[in-house]
Design a protein around this ligand. Structure first.
Ligand SMILES: Nc1ncnc2c1ncn2[C@@H]1O[C@H](COP(=O)(O)OP(=O)(O)OP(=O)(O)O)[C@@H](O)[C@H]1O
Ligand SMILES: [Mg+2]
Length: 264
């Protein structure tokens, strides 16, 4: 399964992507985590030491050829993984899209073509692929994540975050992505939970998980320890475990009459 994680800046995309990747790997599945943020920090969230993370080079755009129907890799995906992935804890393999090295460098079109091509070839029944996206809707407007099986939209319980989810869901609906799931994050109260539930009901979005606010996630972040390795953050790990379970089953319908066409 290939899963892209999107949402407003700071919503918790990287935290949830890294936690999903580590949990899936611990369950015995082959896992690829793809850092598709031009300001990358998935490596730290996964638990890769900074010195090792510095060795993560992007898959070079020279491995992508333009062809009818879109870009594609010129090398087998296993070869690309062997050459360019970094080993993260629990056996997660981390791939990067790279970050601009200099000012005035130009656009990120080649990097997006790489992410799209890699994602296309990573599809396989037992492999779990998680793509940590950047806050901008560019991966959606460009169709970079068109090959994923599900997009998770991370929602914080405040208006601008929910507005971002609504806009992103509309973009996903125009891609050939079969499933969309909203994940509530940083939920502190029954009112927070109600705000997101009501938002999902109103728009016909499937709410796949509710992840509570936890000071311990912030503490783990400060200590540069992955959330899965920080026992006091167990409530968040439990909620992400429930999300992983939910994603492997059909999403429960909230309001079928209003559901956009790509929501299963
Ligand atoms: N459930 C939570 N409870 C408390 N803090 C959280 C929770 N989830 C994430 N955070 C904190 O929120 C901050 C932003 O998280 P994260 O980097 O995962 O967001 P992001 O969406 O990837 O951000 P960006 O848009 O910059 O990539 C971090 O300090 C993280 O520790
Ligand atoms: Mg992030």
């Amino acid at each position: 399964m290939r899963l892209a994680v999107a949402g407003k800046g700071g919503a918790g995309k990287t935290t949830i992507s890294a936690t999903l990747a580590r949990l899936a790997a611990r369950s015995g599945r082959p896992v690829v985590a793809l850092d598709a943020d031009a300001n990358p920090n998935l490596s730290v969230a996964l638990g890769v030491a900074p010195e090792a993370a510095a060795r993560l080079g992007p898959v070079p755009p020279s491995l992508v050829s333009r062809r009818i129907g879109g870009a594609g890799l010129t090398k087998p995906i296993d070869e690309v993984l062997d050459h360019y992935s970094l080993a993260a804890p629990d056996g997660v393999r981390l791939l990067g899209m790279g970050a601009p090295a200099h000012a005035d460098e130009g656009c990120l079109c080649p990097a997006h073509a790489v992410v799209s091509s890699v994602l296309e070839d990573l599809g396989s029944a037992d492999r779990f692929v998680v793509v940590d996206m950047e806050a901008s809707p560019e991966h959606l407007s460009r169709g970079t994540v068109r090959h994923v099986d599900v997009v998770c939209l991370i929602a914080e319980p405040y208006y601008r975050s929910l507005e971002t989810v609504r806009r992103m869901a509309a973009l996903v609906a125009e891609l050939p992505v079969p499933r969309v799931a909203v994940v509530a994050n940083k939920v502190r109260s029954a009112q927070d939970e109600m705000a997101i539930t009501e938002f999902c009901d109103r728009h016909g979005f499937a709410l796949a998980a509710i992840v509570p606010w936890s000071d311990e996630v912030v503490a783990a972040d400060r200590a540069r320890v992955p959330v899965v390795e920080w026992p006091p953050a167990h409530a968040v790990v439990a909620a992400v475990t429930a999300l992983a379970d939910e994603l492997d089953t059909p999403l429960r319908s909230v309001n079928p009459a209003e559901r956009p066409r790509n929501m299963a």
